[in-house]
Design a protein around this ligand. Structure first.
Ligand SMILES: *Cc1c(COP(=O)(O)O)cnc(C)c1O
Length: 214
């Protein structure tokens, strides 16, 4: 069968197993067997994010919906947010935070350069931020960010940490609980390797607590 070859960061080319799974008749989304499948999906997500105590969410939508949901639920109007800006998707996160009423500072570098945990710590010592956002891999520049180091610096300064893992989850090392990331978000169509249409989030107990207080 002739078909176009898709050569973008995502949707990626699907494996034969994924293509085969898409060719079976659809079960009902309220069928008892779907409850078991969905439950397994949630526990598999905890294993993928390495977050035993995380609360997984699977929403019908894009990676940008996952970014929006993260911000809508944990960023309060007037919160100060530091965006670790490694490219286009970090700037999208900044736009979303501003739309929800946050005061946003960008810690920016030249395209292709990265930002160190020390730079973030220095910045967080000057201003009290409620939230720090990190793009794990910014697809526009290919920059891989030191999530472990930066999340530690942000948490030492008392901030919640949101990580956009859309281009990194299932490809780069990612240990949500150990690294102290509060909201790790991703989407189905990049390294996870299934069609677009699922926004995936894993939320820490601390982020859920902030949400409950609102
Ligand atoms: C692709 C991507 C997004 C946006 O995902 P969509 O599903 O296209 O909305 C967000 N962040 C990063 C880092 C991405 O690579």
């Amino acid at each position: 069968m002739s078909r176009p070859l898709l050569m973008i960061p995502g949707p990626i080319e699907f494996s034969n197993e994924v293509l085969a799974a898409m060719s079976v008749p659809s079960p009902s989304h309220v069928d008892p067997s779907f409850i078991a499948t969905f439950g397994r999906t949630l526990s598999d997500l905890r294993a993928l994010f390495l977050a035993d105590t995380g609360q997984p969410f699977v929403l019908a939508g894009s990676g940008t919906l996952a970014m929006d949901s993260a911000v809508a639920n944990v960023v309060e109007p007037g919160d100060r947010v530091l965006v670790v800006d490694t490219g286009y998707f970090s700037q999208r996160m900044a736009d979303i935070c501003r739309r929800y009423g946050a005061e946003v500072d960008l810690l920016s570098v030249d395209p292709g350069d990265t930002i160190s945990a020390d730079q973030v710590a220095t910045h967080c010592a000057l201003i009290e931020y409620q939230v720090v956002t990190i793009t794990h891999v910014d697809t526009s520049t290919g920059v891989l960010t030191d999530v472990r180091g930066i999340a530690a610096a942000a948490r030492d300064a008392g901030a919640l940490v949101i990580v956009d893992g859309v281009c990194a989850t299932a490809a780069e090392e990612m240990r949500q609980q150990e690294w102290g990331v509060d909201v790790y978000l991703t989407a189905s169509q990049k390294a996870i390797g299934v069609p677009p249409g699922l926004a995936l989030l894993m939320v820490s107990p601390a982020a859920l607590a902030k949400w409950r207080q609102r």
